[in-house]
Design a protein around this ligand. Structure first.
Ligand code: NAD
Ligand code: IPM
Ligand code: MN
Length: 369
């Protein structure tokens, strides 16, 4: 096949630190599996603001459009806390999702056997957990109009955001969730708040219709978002695929990450609709942020970023063997007892970002010798 075009955007904070560990894995792919990428790297977020005065340049968005896949680190830096809202580092990821039409954000929460004791929940609650959260990522309250901060005649200010979902937006992400369920445990739980929000009511109706029309073989349940947060802690294994809107999906996936032991473990894939030439826009990133509290210390967990690369191999390049090899290597390294500081590590060896990355690649080398 022609060269696989990969755009790497490390971003801010721990982004560049964990992306360095990904470079070890791509080097392994080339060395041991003959899989190479035509890699371009660029600045986004605070790093781009510092260099170019904008969180993302139009040419970076063009490069993302032309790439077969984008591997993203994280954006956000307290240094820019007073900058205008539309210039914040976070604008970079929001723009990429919107401009590339990346509407389906897949956030798998899987518990590795070695980390059953690392969750804050009891081991028998999380053992074997395997949930896929499908978060809508180009609509909802993140992007709805009207929005802004206005000053009222009495001088008081008012902040406004609007939750908006239309039928086609709900249908297309619903389809992703049902298709995903068919390859898993065949069950979808749709999450909204139809009891207080019209957008939630429409969400429920559209998902119900879509199910009846196209996916009657899949088990469909509905749950209010507040109850879902509680159920994820009470009995998370009741879920297979969860499909939900942008904001609820953001919150519920951070919550679900702790079931797996750490926020530093969860990868994600954000996919768009296939173009007529068969190409699918796709961006891969950890669900966590730039972690300014630990940036520069060399202690960040690189696993979410490395597993995001594995998701890229699976969804963008159909390299299923290599994706599984990476997941297996992570599993084995965790089983040997290595832990970064974010993972509960009683009696285990606490290591930095680079030692974790090196150990994973050493394991990959063993798997491929
Ligand atoms: P965060 O996810 O950056 O960090 C939350 C906590 O988890 C912190 O204590 C952090 O140290 C820890 N943590 C996160 N990832 C870790 C890792 N890989 N290894 C070890 N520990 C890890 O969330 P926050 O502190 O609320 O946000 C910080 C900045 O990141 C903000 O500017 C926010 O907007 C941004 N953010 C960006 C993205 C993204 O780029 N997609 C995602 C989430 C947050
Ligand atoms: C995420 C982040 C982003 C979001 C921010 C940084 C815009 O929290 O990717 O989960 O809210 O979508
Ligand atoms: Mn988030």
């Amino acid at each position: 096949m022609s060269a696989r075009k990969l755009l790497i955007l490390p971003g801010d904070g721990i982004g560049p630190e964990i992306m360095r560990e990904v470079a070890r894995v791509t080097a392994w792919l080339s060395r041991k599996r003959g899989i190479t990428f035509d890699v371009t790297e660029d600045l986004v977020g605070g790093a781009s603001l510092a260099e170019y005065g904008t969180p993302i340049r139009p040419e970076v968005i063009d490069k993302a459009r032309e790439a077969d896949a984008v591997l993203f680190g994280s954006v956000g830096d307290p240094k820019w806390k007073d900058i205008g809202f539309d210039k914040r580092p976070e604008v970079a990821i929001l723009k990429l999702r919107q401009e590339l039409g990346l509407f389906a954000n897949l956030r798998p929460a899987k518990v590795f056997d070695a980390l059953v004791d690392a969750s804050t929940l009891k081991p028998d609650v999380v053992k074997g957990l395997d949930i896929m959260i499908v978060r809508e990522s180009t609509g909802g309250i993140y992007f709805g109009d009207p929005r802004g901060i206005e000053t009222l005649p009495n001088g008081e200010k008012r902040g406004i955001n609007t939750e908006v979902y239309s039928t086609h937006e709900i249908e297309r992400v619903g389809r992703v969730a049902f298709e995903m369920a068919r390859k898993r445990q065949n069950s979808v739980c749709s999450v909204e708040k139809h009891n207080v929000m019209e957008s939630g009511l429409l969400w429920k109706e559209v998902i119900t219709d879509l199910h009846a029309r196209e996916y009657p073989d899949v088990t469909l349940t509905h749950m209010l978002a507040d109850n879902c947060a509680m159920q994820l802690v009470r009995n998370p294994r009741q879920f297979d695929v969860i499909v939900t809107g942008n904001l609820f999906g953001d919150i519920l996936s951070d919550l679900a990450s702790m079931l797996t032991g750490s926020l530093g473990m969860l990868p994600s894939a954000t996919l768009g609709a296939k173009h007529s030439d068969g190409r699918m826009p796709a961006l891969y990133e950890p669900i966590h942020g730039s972690a300014p509290d630990i940036a520069g210390k060399g202690i960040a967990n690189p696993i979410a970023q490395i597993l995001s690369l594995a998701m890229m191999l699976r969804y963008s390049f159909n390299l299923l063997t290599e994706a599984e090899m990476i997941e297996n290597a992570v599993s084995t390294v965790l089983a040997t007892g290595l832990r970064t500081a974010d993972i509960m590590s009683e009696g285990k060896a606490r290591v930095g970002t680079d030692v974790m990355g090196e150990a994973i690649v050493r394991e990959l080398d063993k798997l491929s010798d």
